[in-house]
Design a protein around this ligand. Structure first.
Ligand code: PEP
Length: 266
């Protein structure tokens, strides 16, 4: 299968921004500016804003996601949130974001356990992978991402993850929040390496069904470079996703790619 059959996804990661008092207004503003039926839109606010965003975008066809989930179901884990607790609040979840790997020391194996919990709870996972700058400069970008994937996906049945709608976000750490984005060609090469790694680990042609997003200083000004690549299926967006104008520009450009894919697949 070629990229023509995969959905085009723009996922907003609001990180530790917004409050329950203002998240609904922002989500409503984004919803009103991004009504493109062929683009899958997702907003991932902080946990405490999930209900406000859910209510604000009701009926808009926008997915609501959490930014993390705990690897246990319940118990003595003060300050944590488990996957079943998100029932009714979120249908997506970001896992293994580099800021959690950095701030909370999340390992590949831990991300894999979270992935299992997310899937059990019926959450659609966005699994983040990506190399540090020094690793890229040392020519290790592909090896790092292969290691992250192997660690997180170990023990998971590809068919189960495909049924859960697994999305992978390639997010080079040096591009996140820095204003320095990867090139479209480099991101596409990494997306192809990710699918090759999946194929080599028993996914077969299922690797071609997994949407791969680019993330890292993505904006309305540079998103076309990524969406022009057939192997890239959208973006996971941080800073720019807090601006309705930016979201409108990115989703608008994504709609062009989605329409082209639909025409190519027709
Ligand atoms: C992210 O948080 O996943 C991200 C890509 O951030 P930014 O767009 O700000 O680089």
């Amino acid at each position: 299968m070629i990229g023509a059959m995969r959905p085009v996804i723009i996922a907003a990661n609001w990180k530790m921004n917004t409050t329950p008092a203002d998240a609904g207004d922002l989500a409503r503003a984004i919803a009103g500016r991004t009504r493109e039926p062929d683009v899958v839109r997702v907003i991932c606010p902080p946990y405490v804003c999930l209900a406000a965003v859910r209510d604000a975008v009701a009926g808009e066809g926008i997915g609501v996601g959490a930014q993390n989930v705990h690897q246990e179901l319940a118990g003595a884990h003060t300050g944590e949130v488990s996957a079943p607790m998100l029932a009714g609040l979120a249908t997506w979840v970001i896992l293994g974001h580099s800021e959690r790997r950095r701030d909370a020391g999340e390992s590949d194996a831990l991300v894999g356990r979270k992935l299992g919990r997310a899937v059990e709870a019926g959450l659609r996972p966005i699994l983040c992978v990506g190399e540090q700058l020094a690793e890229r400069e040392a020519g290790q970008a592909v090896a790092v991402v292969e290691r992250q994937l192997a660690g997180a996906l170990a023990g998971h049945d590809p068919a189960t993850l495909l049924a859960a709608g697994l999305v992978i976000a390639y997010e080079p750490v040096w591009a996140i929040g820095t204003g320095r984005n990867a090139s479209g060609a480099d991101a596409a090469a990494m997306a192809e390496a990710i699918r090759a790694a999946l194929r080599a680990s028993g996914w077969g042609t299922g690797a071609d069904d997994v949407p791969i997003l680019y993330g890292g200083s993505c904006t309305s000004a540079n998103i076309a470079e990524f969406l022009a690549e057939p192997s890239i299926d959208g973006a996971l967006v941080g800073g720019a996703s807090l601006k309705p104008d930016e979201m409108a520009g990115m989703v608008g450009r994504a709609a062009i790619t989605a329409a082209a894919r639909r025409a190519a697949g027709a």
